[in-house]
Design a protein around this ligand. Structure first.
Ligand code: HAM
Length: 423
């Protein structure tokens, strides 16, 4: 036998049994975004590498070691499979002058790619739903984003997701803080691990994000950004907290929350759960007021967030939320020459009347076809034998209740099936 070919590690197939849950999630997400007036934007999966280097930052885990980057041999250009959606969304908004028409509430959805070590909840191809508000200074819109997340968790029936909040302040405050932090870290140079030594001058704030247990004492004792914060950021942050309290959204302040992407400033947040093991962040975001200018647009404030779809679905699977299985209304059973000729037409007629039909293909006895009908989950079998075909009729057999099979005209069959739908 020829050797089989498997999928790439960390890149998952979503099989039909699971696809129902994904569709249920996608439908809920679309309704939710519509309720808040967000409009969809779709951007290519492949972008120029430079876009991510300039936005996410050259000295970040994502850019340093997680991107799928290759050279397009036709023109020597370096291209990258998108590791996240914010950069592409902002690039597209600039390129097509979307902000000329006023601020934009946008959303996107799709696969992202990061070359991480795969484990439960962490994949190399994963999916995000992202929301971006471009041209809004906040904090009303920051609050809207958080409140809308809280509503989505309720709509999906997922529990146990907590909100952690921090502010990174404006650029000047961060420069001041950075200088203080570097001094502190330099004083403790010998206690730094290799990663932190490397980051000490290129991206010292990320040292605070280290998960290395040996570094935790040092991090605890580090100067706090809160002491350097500028008045504008503080007011924005206070205001945001007030709005969340008014909306009844609980949160916890986490001064160590710095985020792994460089474009953030001001308020940032993560939605975390203890129910997924090590990969407990299901959604994250914040303000990125400098990004639009940084990638060539006219300066404008912005903020947004993205959720990890696989992680949320895992929570839904582990929770009490029930996911309806999508089944056809009718399984169409047919046997005999005359019946085979009309079966397709009967199915199309039913579909014209908005009845979903699984047409049996591949022949077989009535008995074996009815077995398939039962397994399909359909509510009815519509049976066409040669007798029915000649009389221009069909037999309707309810599959989910003990009711008699009825031989009727096609129009009567439509009525019977529709009447059941109304019940
Ligand atoms: P992020 O924190 O890098 O932010 O990713 C957002 C979410 O995507 C994470 O909280 C997590 O749920 C999910 N995620 C990330 N990496 C993986 C992975 N390897 N496997 C499974 N899920 C993953 C961003 O991407 C920003 N663009 C969010 C944002 C939008 N900020 C402003 N606007």
């Amino acid at each position: 036998m020829t050797e089989k070919i498997n999928a790439i590690r960390g890149m998952n197939d979503i099989l039909p049994d699971e696809a129902g849950l994904w569709e249920h999630f996608e439908d809920a997400v679309r309704d939710w975004l519509h309720a808040y007036g967000y409009r969809a934007i779709r951007t290519p999966i492949l972008e120029r590498t430079e876009l991510f280097v300039r936005s996410i930052g050259a000295v970040t885990d994502i850019v340093e070691k997680e991107m799928y980057t290759f050279v397009d041999e036709l023109n020597g250009e370096s291209l990258t499979l998108r590791p996240e959606g914010t950069a592409s969304c902002v690039r597209a908004a600039i390129e097509h002058n979307l902000l000329y028409a006023g601020p934009q509430r946008l959303w996107y959805w799709g696969p992202m790619f990061r070359h991480e070590r795969p484990q439960k909840g962490r994949y190399r191809q994963f999916h995000q739903v992202g929301v971006e508000a471009l041209g809004y200074a906040g904090p009303d819109i920051d609050a809207e984003h958080i409140v809308m997340c809280a509503r989505l968790w309720r709509n999906l029936g997922v529990e146990g997701i907590a909100l952690e909040l921090n502010t990174l302040g404006g650029a000047e405050a961060r420069t001041r803080y950075r200088a203080r932090l570097v001094k502190y870290l330099e004083r403790h140079h010998d206690a730094l691990d290799a990663d932190s030594k490397r980051r000490l001058h290129s991206n010292p704030l990320r040292v605070l994000d280290s998960k290395n247990p040996d570094m935790q004492g040092l991090i605890e004792g580090a100067p706090k950004l809160a002491d350097d914060l500028d008045e504008d950021s503080l007011r924005h942050f206070e205001d945001l907290q007030g709005k969340l309290r008014a909306a009844g959204v609980a949160f916890e302040l986490n001064p160590r929350l710095v985020r792994g992407l460089d474009y953030y400033n001001g308020a940032v947040y993560e939605w975390v759960t203890g129910r997924l093991g090590a990969q407990g962040t299901v959604c994250a975001g914040g303000r990125y007021d400098g990004l639009i200018a940084q990638i060539g647009g006219k300066p404008a404030p912005a903020c947004g967030f993205a959720m990890g779809v696989e992680r949320l679905l895992d929570l839904m699977k582990g929770g009490t939320a029930s996911v309806p299985r999508r089944v056809p209304d009718v399984y169409l059973v047919h046997q005999g020459e005359a019946a085979d000729r009309v079966a397709g037409t009967v199915a199309e007629h039913l579909r014209d009347r908005e009845i979903s039909v699984l047409l049996h293909c591949g022949g077989g006895s009535f008995k074996s076809q009815l077995k398939r009908a039962d397994a399909s989950g359909a509510r009815f079998a519509v049976i066409v034998g040669d007798d029915e075909a000649q009389a221009g009729e069909v037999s309707v057999k309810p599959l989910r209740e003990l009711a008699k099979q009825a031989r009727v005209s096609l129009e009567e069959a439509v009525d019977l099936i529709k009447k059941d739908e109304m019940r």
